[in-house]
Design a protein around this ligand. Structure first.
Ligand code: NAD
Length: 732
């Protein structure tokens, strides 16, 4: 069955309807592209056809974009010349879209041709917007929930089906830049104001309006196909254009630190394309697009941020169990985390009981949702009714009896085994035998906490990150006795609240914190050694970490670091390796420099809490050494500190699936997204080089960089993580 259907009415208007079989939103596959191409050929060749409307059979959306698996499979299928395969595929797409755009017009006179309108019922992303951009007029239904844009840059590529070239020709480089470089998405009204689409019409008049236009004998030639076309805002050598391009280049490098190949390639495609006629510009776009697809960073980003992220969200590691959708969740502890968990649960339509030890504290937790909804109202994203509906789902109380009927509990009280045990018993006195009990602990072993439960099989960790409403990752932790139904419940819940799950086993700090703590510690250790703090911070950012290690401590707070250090030392005894780190951390604590929350930390802050620069008292206490390490050494120390921990987590079975290791690292703590995650990074640099580098770092800086056995073995055998851990990418 084809994803595209064609129907011609009595007035000679052909409607081509896109309706991807078996999906709730249209995605472009290779077959679908061929089918569309054939239908366009038919319609253009048919004298009875006066014009064409391209629309969607899905309610509320036009298309979500390209199926990115297609690009990966073309690369893999193209033998020893994958670049040629990708380029040819891209050019075939250009030819089809160009055919739509020219629509049979006489190439010399621009006369004749059939008008083609795009009628978008809603969301139109990626190629779902690039196809309309090739049409002659874009109509969108007035659907405020719809998103219209080109988000390719977020997964490490750029719009390569003509979207880059057409949008720049249509809007000018300056106006197109937030859409192309930041992947900014707009609702239909904003998209019209930005000049991306042409008309916003009531949903029930969408096709009628498009048809009216098609039959109105409109002028269809695109400005760039007319003589004397000038790019809005000026081409690169025009004085205004010059300003734009110089500024954009600086902005891209400032924002991405130069680590994302797609942003640079996009700029090159735009700049070079602006100097030549349209068809040559498309060819240039295709060349740069191929270049990006051939870059290991882009394929790693697509794999982690698109393909594997989606697979995990769809339950790639869900055990066999009946549907475990949550109807009523009890959240114990209405503090920072509990308040956020209540918000995201209620937003998903789940009934919430939010408990704290005083009514005041419970109400305060609920007020977080009120504030969130009010902000949405002020931005016109939320209605009063929606706010009331969401708030109506949250019962803030001190009464444990209200938990009756809950099928999931998420405990988020103080990080204390005794307090958590007491709460567990109190909850289980009310809830039924099928209720799953989850703890949001960030440091305490799940297996230990499960001892307080009357049914450890139904006890699990669901570890959120702060702030809950913004952070996309949820780490699900299986205790020794946790059963499959509890895992399925946690996964179904995470799916309901639209976050991305990873499932890991129960070892100290689970996965995310286990990897991020060594990153922070390595940064602090370097301060102690006399490495210039600015070098540490900038080295981290230049390798794609969103925050330098010192800034990260300031954000999470020095006292939390001290607390974790003390607890870890108590647990590890003489084996504790971080005494040098603690010296700096404890000294900061003694200086009452607790980080952002105290307006004083590794950085200085002004009265309004705005970060100023690194605090000079730091280098007064830990003087900068005369000899400074080179940038790469600092970067390798910071990256290997995290990556080796990820490898150890895999070796020890904390991670069962390297896809989770990569996706979790990027979404959980922002591990250099350009790399695709720690395992992808190791595949990019190669196990032999990684092992060799670890040997050097060990010799110079100590045993924490010792090459893990698994990495050594892979280096000796010349293996890659994604090849070794196979089709399913399972580690086992
Ligand atoms: P918080 O101090 O902001 O909130 C804890 C809440 O629990 C308080 O409102 C407190 O009144 C309430 N509480 C304490 N004892 C209670 C009891 N016996 N019955 C009912 N309510 C009780 O702490 P938080 O930052 O929200 O952290 C909560 C949990 O989440 C901890 O286990 C923490 O380790 C974990 N966690 C925190 C973060 C973070 O970034 N803050 C991230 C992930 C996980």
């Amino acid at each position: 069955m084809s994803d595209f259907k064609k129907n011609t009415d009595a007035d000679g208007v052909t409607t081509i309807t896109w309706d991807t079989v078996g999906k709730s939103m249209n995605v472009m596959s290779r077959e679908a592209m061929q089918d569309l191409n054939a239908l366009i050929d038919d319609a253009l060749a048919d004298d009875a056809v006066k014009g064409i409307i391209i629309t969607s059979g899905k309610e509320g959306s036009f298309a979500g974009g390209m199926d990115l698996n297609v690009l990966a499979s073309i690369r893999d299928e193209s033998g020893d010349n994958p670049a040629q395969g990708l380029f040819d595929f891209t050019m075939a797409g250009h030819h089809m879209l160009r055919k739509i755009e020219r629509a049979g017009m006489d190439p010399k006179t621009n006369k004749g041709g059939k008008p083609i309108a795009a009628a978008l019922p809603g969301t139109a992303l990626g190629i779902g917007l690039e196809l309309p951009l090739a049409c002659h007029r874009i109509f969108a239904a007035d659907n405020p929930k719809a998103k219209i844009g080109l988000p390719e840059i977020m997964v490490g590529i750029f719009p390569g089906a003509g979207g880059t070239t057409r949008l720049v020709r249509k809007l000018g480089a300056m106006a197109a830049s937030p859409l192309l470089l930041e992947g900014k998405m707009n609702d239909p009204k904003k998209a019209k104001a930005a000049g991306v689409i042409d008309e916003v019409v009531p949903a029930d008049e969408l096709l009628a309006k498009a048809k009216e236009w098609v039959l109105s004998e409109p002028k269809i030639v695109k400005p760039w196909d007319e003589k004397g076309y000038k790019m809005p805002g000026g081409a690169p050598y025009h004085p205004a254009g010059f300003m734009t391009f110089v500024g954009a280049s600086a902005m891209v490098n400032g924002k991405t630190q130069g680590v994302y190949p797609a942003a640079k390639a996009l700029l090159s495609a735009v700049y070079e394309g602006a100097l030549v006629p349209f068809d040559t510009a498309l060819k240039i776009e295709a060349r740069w697009f191929t270049n990006v697809l051939m870059n290991p960073s882009s394929s790693a980003m697509i794999r982690s941020l698109f393909i594997n992220k989606e697979a995990l969200e769809k339950g790639a590691n869900r055990p066999e169990a009946p549907d475990q959708k949550v109807k009523k969740v009890g959240i114990i502890g209405a503090g920072m985390m509990g308040a956020g968990i209540a918000l995201v649960s209620a937003l998903a339509g789940i009934q919430v009981v939010l408990i704290d030890s005083s009514q005041e504290a419970a109400d305060k937790g609920k007020s977080y949702t009120t504030a969130y909804m009010d902000k949405g109202i002020s931005r016109k994203k939320v209605t009063e009714e929606k706010k009331e509906a969401v708030l109506g789902l949250i019962n803030a109380t001190t009464d444990y009896a209200a938990l009756e009927g809950c099928d999931l509990i998420v405990e988020a009280v103080f990080e204390d085994v005794g307090v958590k045990a007491e709460v567990t018993a109190k909850v289980q006195a009310v809830t039924g035998p099928d209720c799953i009990f989850a703890t949001n602990t960030s440091t305490l072993p799940i297996t230990e906490l499960a001892k307080a439960s009357n049914d450890p099989e139904k006890f699990i960790g669901i570890h959120f990150f702060s702030p809950v409403d913004k952070m996309l990752l949820v780490e699900i932790i299986k205790g020794k006795a946790t059963g499959p139904v509890a895992v399925a419940k946690a996964l179904d819940y995470v799916r309901q609240i639209r976050k991305t799950p990873i499932v890991v086993n129960d070892e100290r700090f689970f996965y995310a914190n286990r990897c991020i703590i060594p990153y922070i510690n390595e940064g602090i250790r370097m301060v102690k050694e006399g490495v210039e703090p600015a070098l540490i911070e900038n080295a981290a950012k230049l390798v794609g970490m969103p925050l330098g290690p010192l800034q990260l401590v300031d954000e999470t707070s020095v006292d939390l670091g001290v607390k974790i250090a003390k607890a870890t030392k108590a647990a590890m005894g003489d084996a504790y390796p971080d005494g040098e780190v603690d010296e700096v951390l404890f000294w900061m604590f003694d200086q009452n420099r607790l980080g952002r929350k105290s307006n004083a930390g590794f950085y200085a802050y002004d009265d309004k809490g705005k970060r100023q620069g690194l605090w000079d008292g730091l280098t007064a206490q830990y003087p900068v050494a005369d000899e400074q390490p080179d940038l790469t050494t600092v970067q390798h120390r910071l990256l290997f500190a995290q990556v080796l921990e990820a490898v150890r987590a895999l070796e020890e079975g904390v991670l069962e699936d390297i896809r989770e290791g990569d996706v979790g690292a990027i979404l959980g703590w922002g591990f250099a997204p350009w790399s695709g995650g720690p395992f992808s990074w190791l595949d990019i640099i190669g196990a032999p080089y990684a092992a060799e580098r670890c040997d050097q770092l060990t010799a110079e800086f100590g045993d924490r960089f010792k090459t893990p056995g698994l990495l050594r073995e892979m280096a000796d055998k010349g293996q890659e993580f994604y090849k070794r851990f196979g089709q399913s990418a399972k580690a086992a």
